[in-house]
Design a protein around this ligand. Structure first.
Ligand code: GLA
Length: 733
């Protein structure tokens, strides 16, 4: 791993032997992007564009008619100097002007990775793991500086980028737009892959050609959202799941974002990602510094799966934190689909006794446990236990659950407030709203104004009492509405545009404090399912409830899509009752399990009303999962068949030591014309010999990877088959 500055060429190159990233300084002022891709030893001018005198081109250097920023592959472009593609930033001065001239000033190379104050980010545990480059641009007339940060890792094929703006003068500046990264790649012949969806239908994969205009993925919902995912993936036309070049960019941020791939007139592709300019604005007072959120850029020469694996490894090991990062995640039982709001002490205890007998390790009381919470119309914000439903109290319940042999967890929706709550009655001004209009309700609730530190303190206080008293070791952190009425009674008029980002900073500060105060708590993020399933949240909460849709067939597709960026260990996945409560589908218990065991297994049903043989089956499932969960939670994940495209799904896990392979195959609908082609496994040792657990037979890694496995066709809908292979050494049978 190295970061080189070539004085002669005035050029920078980051390289770790797998990936290289290069840019140079042109005309002593402008940063020109040169390269991001497979590692190369040098990046000279041989690959760089020729400059021509072209129509409509502006010439910032009067005597150089061929030099125009509109044709330059830029690194962090501005507007107003003749580049008419999307600018990376727009900064306004106190006198209302937006013309800026930020020119290259100097650079610094550092060991390790710089922290981003108050924001989630990928980290290095030791200095030797990463190196960082900071390049400074300066506008002397404005007395301001833009610092571009780049980090390269020794062990991951990723580059992290973010930007900081420093107001060195005595006049206020206004940031109107500040993308966390910008990069111009040569050519427009890419496919762009994004992920879209909705509540109960998250992470659908969309791939289409860029053509000659732009593809935009964005959210202005106050969170990353189920509708969009803060990522943009460029693929060579020829690239597929396991071959070809792919550039994946992901935002380590949970609020409003914008990601754009924009084709340029001279066949270039500008990629940008950052906070959404529509809901962002920031007054930067004299001597203040603003830090943008981080983007992670992954290059893969081995298709989408190669890219996913880099994201998985990096996020699992250097984004998720705390004691749960490396710990095996518990099998949990969640009360929501079992009892809904009618949860109470008696029901919990009876269910807990059954759950412990079946092998469940963590009992989670979902929504409905606090005072007046009979339905979703009231009480959010008043985190006081309901003594009618829980006469002995939550602390006693937690104690009893521990005596039964399980850990105890609980649900909160800390960012929200019901108009019918004591909190609202005493603090109506703590709500996000404008003073002129009644705020719009969603699920009968409003959003708390987390730009106000007093509100953040309240959230920490209101949760920590119970977390401490009941010795809670798991929290499901929900967020069930999007933001409207963007206004804050805490922020002064000129700072109203800061609300969306300040909300995120407030939320991150709360999560940081709770992480520090309760290191033993495993936090699971949720936003009506995977509505805020993003890298920002994973920094504080190492797992997310993947979707409110627990139907096995829908879940195959959602989990498959989620795996584009996020490792299975971050996915909460539960077995629920049939007919499924969301879609009414009846799928067999073994298939529901085969899908849920591909993430962090849980159950969301009332075991007390199950026939004995189903309970027995569940007991066996949990025992089976405990045997192989290390492979699922820490192994490598390979997508094999995409259920978003056809009637089948398949994937396989390979344990960290390479000795266990878990292969899961699903057939959604039964077929009259049965087609069951072999599926080729991935990530095995070609020379290895693998013993199939169910029949004791041995197969070569080469055969499993190149000839594949044909699963028996079953004349039934919604079938699945889990194969476990153990590697047993050499190639001889
Ligand atoms: C959201 C969550 C569910 C459940 C309910 C409770 O919809 O996604 O899992 O916790 O809220 O109100």
């Amino acid at each position: 791993m190295e970061i080189k500055y070539n004085r002669q060429e005035n050029a920078f190159m980051l390289n770790n032997g797998h990936v290289s990233y290069a840019f140079s300084v042109e005309q002593d002022r402008y940063l020109m992007h040169r390269y991001f891709g497979r590692s190369i030893r040098e990046c000279s001018r041989i690959s760089q564009p020729y400059f021509f005198d072209r129509g409509f081109c502006s010439n910032p250097i009067p005597e150089e008619r061929t030099f125009s920023l509109d044709t330059l592959p830029q690194e962090y472009p501005d507007m107003n100097q003749g580049d008419f593609r999307n600018p990376a930033y727009v900064i306004q001065t106190a006198d209302g002007r937006r013309v800026t001239r930020f020119y290259y000033k100097d650079y610094r190379i550092m060991n390790g990775k710089p922290e981003l104050a108050g924001l989630p980010s990928v980290y290095a545990e030791e200095e030797s793991e990463a190196m960082a480059l900071c390049v400074t641009l300066e506008d002397e007339t404005m007395n301001a500086r833009i610092e571009l940060y780049y980090t390269i890792f020794r062990d991951y094929d990723a580059i992290c980028r973010h930007v900081e703006v420093v107001n060195q003068g005595d006049q206020e500046l206004y940031l109107e737009r500040l993308m966390s990264m910008s990069m111009d790649l040569p050519g427009t012949d890419y496919d762009v892959l994004t992920m879209t969806g909705g509540h109960m239908d998250e992470k659908n994969i969309n791939r289409r050609p860029l053509c000659s205009d732009a593809v935009v993925a964005e959210s202005i919902r106050g969170c990353s959202s189920p509708q969009a995912t803060p990522c943009l993936i460029l693929m060579e036309k020829e690239a597929g799941e396991s071959y070809g070049q792919v550039w994946g960019i992901n935002f380590v941020y949970s609020g409003d974002f914008q990601a754009v791939a924009q084709a340029g007139q001279y066949k270039s592709t500008r990629v940008q990602m950052g906070m959404n300019p529509l809901t962002f604005g920031w007054s930067l007072k004299a001597q203040e510094r603003f830090v943008s959120p981080e983007t992670v850029m992954v290059y893969s020469g081995e298709g989408l799966n190669g890219m996913s694996q880099t994201f998985h490894e990096l996020y699992r090991k250097r984004l998720c934190r705390g004691k749960h990062r490396d710990q095996i995640r518990p099998v949990l039982l969640n009360s929501w689909e079992a009892f809904g709001f009618e949860v109470d002490e008696e029901k919990c205890l009876s269910l807990a006794i059954e759950a412990a007998k079946l092998g469940v390790e963590l009992f989670v009381v979902d929504d409905g446990w606090f005072k007046n919470r009979m339905d979703d119309k009231k009480a959010l914000g008043d985190w006081v236990e309901d003594k009618e439903k829980f006469p002995s109290g939550i602390c006693q319940l937690a104690e009893s659950i521990r005596e039964i042999g399980m850990e105890f967890g609980i649900w909160f929706e800390p960012e929200m407030i019901s108009p019918d709550s004591d909190l609202y009655r005493s603090h109506p001004d703590w709500v996000i709203r404008s003073p002129r209009h009644a705020p719009v309700l969603s699920r009968y609730q409003y959003v708390l104004d987390l730009s106000n530190p007093e509100v953040c303190d309240y959230v920490v206080r209101s949760m920590s009492g119970l977390l401490e008293a009941a010795k809670i070791t798991y929290v499901k952190w929900d967020m069930n509405r999007h933001m409207t009425d963007l206004g804050s009674s805490y922020l002064e008029g000129s700072r109203q545009r800061e609300l969306s980002h300040r909300y995120m900073l407030g939320l991150y500060s709360i999560l940081e404090r709770l992480n520090q105060m309760f290191p033993e708590v495993l936090f699971e993020g949720c936003s009506s399912g995977g509505g805020r399933y993003d890298a920002g949240m994973l920094y504080y909460m190492p797992q997310t409830w993947t979707s409110d849709n627990s139907d096995a067939v829908c879940r195959m597709k959602i989990q498959y899509g989620t795996s584009i960026l996020f490792p299975p260990v971050t996915m909460g996945a539960h077995v629920s009752v049939v007919p499924n409560l969301q879609v009414g589908r009846v799928t067999p218990l073994d298939t529901r399990f085969a899908v849920a065991m591909s993430g962090n297994l849980g159950y969301e049903m009332d075991f007390c009303h199950l026939p004995e043989e189903e309970k027995e089956e569940i007991r066996e499932q949990i025992a089976f999962y405990k045997d192989i969960r290390e492979v699922v939670q820490k192994g490598r994940f390979y997508r094999l068949l995409n259920p978003q495209e056809g009637n089948r799904a398949a994937w396989n896990f390979v344990s960290e030591d390479g000795n266990t392979v878990v292969y899961c195959y699903y057939q959604i609908l039964s077929e009259a014309v049965r087609v069951n082609l072999p599926v080729r496994l991935k990530g095995l040792d070609l020379d290895g010999l693998y013993r199939l657990q169910e029949n004791g037979s041995y197969y070569g890694g080469d055969e499993l990877m190149y000839a594949g496995i044909t699963s028996e066709p079953v004349r039934k809908d919604f079938t699945s088959h889990i194969y476990i292979f153990k590697k047993e050494g050499g190639n001889e049978r």
